[in-house]
Design a protein around this ligand. Structure first.
Ligand code: F6R
Length: 620
């Protein structure tokens, strides 16, 4: 979703901002813009479409060494040049970029218009430029409250403006009167300050800073910062000084570059064996038939006292939670459920103080998952993160947890992060189950098979089977069905989501036993039904449901365990290597990822940045 990059120092800022925006592109956006503090006015350039389109409008000789830039994912107002950020106040002396949402937009805007503010966009964000200008120019009270005379003080002007705003923000602001200075503030939308030698950066995502510095300060909610080339000063919005600690960004394995692959999605599918190795490395104790997740910091005594486990996530991450919950409940014999974070947080959930919650997220910034974390914490519950992005808001809010170590995931459609979420939840399952019901022998078998998964993933990807024929049928269809039972029902849901987001083909996933209770009405002659039926205890039942579909003219694309005679039931049969029943999701998901990728490719879709989607969903 929306991205921010800002810089103050000695360098030529315009190309640096454009490069920063390129590194934020993966988050998803629909327009982009920059503002450079050069001379007697701000130079603002905006464009609808790609950063490459913006780059063409940014002159090579745009002078200035302080600037802010933004990629916008539309919320208030359509995708237009006027609505793209940055936004200026009436006189063009204050310029703002904003991530987040202003909830009390209507009364603020009405009052500002009454005072003479001229709005040039339909956005909520433009309010900030006018509101900050109101206080900066010393126009006094806004509404009923009396305000101190702070005219000409940029920090206080931002502070007073934000005290009138309800909602979420990550903002960067420049004042023409204060060249070389950027004011930043955070509440609910992430911001990280980068510290260089005689230069300072601000960004919504550390990924934008990596080419320049690894020394960073993560801003917390309710913080305000003043940046200039010599460094940074920070305060709490409600008063008082505050100094966040300086951290060093970890070298993540893998890089954010596409390499020889035509798309990030394909690259990331093929990175899964290595990503899984990184996730499992040092955490599987084969001899003891156990697992160790140091970041949870839970003793066996504390583990055994856990009364229930609740896993929360959105989209693909929720699908990983479904697999994890099933494994935990069946192996540790503790009630475990998966919850869609956006539903959970708003339904006044009962929080068991002896329960354990996991917030599962690739980005660590998903607003709904973060909201659920806060709700759990407010009710006295324990919540840990299962997060990929180190230092992200969810990781920091939870304090404890397990990092996924997938490496940077740039394609909007999640692939390798899903696999690592599932693997991380299996590790937790093993750690927990060994304190409850799982014997050392069974634990060893589990650990050995888990350890072997990366090689099996590699083996499958080297010979993925007849995907192309399946792609042809799927691309011809009005709607595609995904069926599976048990763990495979979650994989079916993930397969349908992936196909839908990358190819835009309507796709429906159902536990296969449910098909006859309604969705079967949609089947027509030739409808593709993708059935996930690995060699597990439910296979025979899935096979019956598959026959019901076939009897109604469906074409069956069957994902099955290599060597299993069930292959005969598929019109196209795709074998995956054999493994323990528990780990089948890590293998059966692979052909579904490739199917989505190849269908998107065949239909000419924007694979890595599908329409309307964002990588990091920072609005509710
Ligand atoms: C699908 C996809 C989304 C995300 C969801 C949660 O491919 O990527 O469904 O899984 O938006 O995002 P995170 O995991 O960052 O919380």
């Amino acid at each position: 979703m929306c991205g921010i990059i800002g810089y103050t120092g000695k360098r030529d800022v315009a190309p640096l901002l454009v490069q920063g925006l390129r590194r934020l592109e993966y988050r998803g956006y629909d327009s982009a813009g920059i503002a450079v503090a050069g001379g007697r006015r701000f130079e603002v350039r905006k464009e609808v479409g790609r950063v490459a389109d913006l780059e063409r409008t940014v002159e090579a000789n745009l002078p200035g060494s302080t600037g802010i830039a933004h990629t916008r994912w539309a919320t208030h107002g359509g995708v237009t040049k006027e609505n793209a950020h940055p936004h200026l106040d009436n006189e063009g002396r204050i310029v703002v970029v904003h991530n987040g949402i202003i909830e009390n937009m209507a009364p603020l805007k009405a009052r500002l218009i009454a005072e003479g503010a001229i709005f040039r966009s339909e956005t909520d964000s433009e309010i900030l430029a006018h509101l900050i200008a109101h206080f900066y120019h010393g126009y006094g009270s806004f509404g009923d409250s009396i305000v101190p005379d702070i005219a000409g003080d940029p920090v206080e002007a931002v502070r007073l403006a934000l005290s009138r705003v309800r909602g979420t923000w990550g903002i960067a602001v420049m004042f023409l009167d204060h060249p070389g200075m950027i004011i930043a503030a955070r509440n609910g939308s992430p911001l990280v300050i980068g510290l260089g030698d005689g230069e300072t950066f601000i960004a919504s995502d550390p990924h934008a800073l990596v080419p320049y510095t690894r020394r960073v300060m993560f801003m917390a909610d309710g913080e305000l910062a003043q940046l200039d080339a010599s460094g940074v000063q920070t305060w709490r919005l409600d008063g008082g000084a505050h100094t966040p600690s300086i951290e060093t960004l970890e070298e993540e394995w893998g890089d954010g570059e596409q390499g020889d692959f035509p798309h990030f999605m394909l690259k990331e599918i093929h990175e899964q064996p290595e990503a899984l190795r990184q996730c499992l490395s040092g955490r599987v104790l084969v001899e003891e038939g156990a697992a160790k997740l140091g970041g949870l910091d839970l003793s066996p005594r504390e583990l055994v006292d856990i009364s229930r486990v609740t896993l929360l996530g959105c989209g693909t991450s929720y699908h990983a939670c479904l697999v994890g919950a099933m494994a935990i409940e069946q192996l540790a014999r503790i009630p475990a459920t998966a919850e869609i974070a956006s539903e959970f947080r708003h339904r006044n959930p009962v929080i068991d103080p002896h329960g354990l919650h996991f917030a599962v997220s690739q980005s660590g910034e998903t607003a709904d998952t973060l909201g659920a974390v806060k709700e759990i914490q407010r009710k006295g519950g324990r919540v840990m993160g299962a997060v990929n992005v180190v230092g992200s808001s969810i990781a920091r809010s939870c304090g404890r947890g397990v990092y996924l170590h997938s490496g940077p995931e740039m394609a909007v459609a999640s692939t390798k992060a899903y696999s690592n979420m599932v693997a991380a939840l299996y590790l937790f399952t093993l750690q927990l189950a060994r304190t409850t019901h799982l014997s050392a022998h069974a634990g060893r078998e589990f650990a050995e098979h888990l350890q072997a998964i990366p090689s099996l993933v590699e083996q499958y990807l080297a010979d993925p089977g007849p995907i192309d024929e399946a792609v042809r049928w799927v691309c011809e269809s009005k709607v595609t069905f995904f069926l599976g039972r048990g763990l495979s029902a979650s994989v079916a849901a993930e397969g349908a989501l992936k196909l839908m987001e990358v190819s835009y083909i309507p796709s429906i996933a159902y536990p296969s036993g449910e098909m006859k209770h309604g969705p079967i009405a949609l089947l027509e002659k030739g409808s593709p039904v993708i059935c996930i039926a690995p060699d597990d205890a439910l296979k025979a039942k899935t096979a019956s449901n598959l026959q019901e579909c076939r009897a109604r003219g469906a074409r069956i694309i069957l994902v099955h365990t290599a060597g299993d005679p069930i292959a005969e039931l598929g019109d196209v049969s795709i074998p995956v290597p054999a493994t323990l029943e528990w780990f089948t999701p890590l293998l059966t998901v692979l052909p579904l990822q490739l199917l989505a990728y190849k269908a998107g490719l065949a239909l000419g879709r924007d694979i890595d940045r599908p329409r309307n989607l964002a990588k990091s969903v920072t609005v509710e």
